[in-house]
Design a protein around this ligand. Structure first.
Ligand SMILES: [Cu+2]
Length: 260
């Protein structure tokens, strides 16, 4: 992956990112070959039709067959890229989303940050209602719903267990954002009023950048989040204690839990 490295692509830390890398590396080399090839051809034409050798203007120009064949070869390679690589990768990313073993996280983008909603131990997301949205409850979670009792909401840092497939459902509270985690080789729009899905499996412990891939307002550049890939045991401990959950949530949670 020489060209990807040269262009500053961060190391792939996901289980399936290699497919993306192979395709990008191939495309880059293909572009290099086309660029060098056509540049040489251009220089050749400048030389061949130079004024010194062509006193009279010719209107038919260059008439060899091989340029047509080269064009056909390029079309063929591009068709193979699209049908042989891009479409199957897309199919895999979409088709494999509904995997019972995947950990589900709802991602809600907003100006300017990320909220991550985990279903907790019961695996069920609590009800949320736009009417309940407030400064202390940014996702409008109904803490009186039994399913929401063990839910966890984390802002800007998404902890995920190592070697665990994580399925994200993306949406937005305001404008179109784009959840992009280059190290995990995933990026997809978060659109208000609809949901998009992506998944990944982190195979190397560490903190990886999440950036917003859509220019979404004045604070767009500050919309940096983190995917923190941690050992499964640490994750379980965190999700039980959920230290990142705002204090107000905790109080509401306790209040909701004791109300029954
Ligand atoms: Cu954004």
């Amino acid at each position: 992956m020489i060209l990807l490295k040269l262009l500053g692509m961060p190391d792939d830390v996901s289980a399936d990112g290699y497919m993306i890398d192979h395709m990008m590396e191939f495309c880059l080399w293909f572009m290099v070959i086309l660029f060098v090839g056509w540049t040489l051809f251009f220089l050749f034409i400048l030389w061949k039709f130079r004024r010194g050798r062509n006193k009279q203007a010719q209107y038919h120009g260059f008439r060899a067959k091989w340029t047509t064949h080269a064009e056909l070869a390029v079309i063929l390679v591009e068709a193979v890229l699209l049908l042989g690589f891009a479409v199957p990768i897309w199919k895999k990313t979409v088709k494999d989303f509904h995997d019972d073993n995947a950990m589900q996280v709802h991602v809600v983008a907003y100006q300017f940050g990320w909220a991550f909603h985990y279903p907790g131990a019961d695996g069920k997301f609590g009800r949320n209602d736009p009417k309940l949205v407030s400064s202390t409850n940014p996702l409008g979670i109904d803490w009186t719903d039994p399913s929401s009792k063990d839910d966890v909401v984390a802002l800007n840092t998404m902890r995920v267990p190592l070697n665990q497939k994580v399925a994200l459902t993306l949406t937005s509270k305001d404008v179109i954002h784009n959840f992009a985690a280059p190290s995990l080789r995933v990026a997809r729009d978060a659109i208000p009023g609809s949901s998009n899905e992506i998944w990944f499996t982190g195979i190397k412990e560490g903190d990886y950048d999440v950036i917003c891939g859509q220019l979404c307002g004045a604070g767009h550049g500050l919309m940096k989040g983190t995917v923190s890939v941690i050992p499964a045991a640490d994750f379980s401990e965190w999700i039980l204690k959920n230290p990142s959950i705002p204090a107000q949530f905790k109080e509401q949670k306790v209040a909701a839990a004791t109300a029954h």
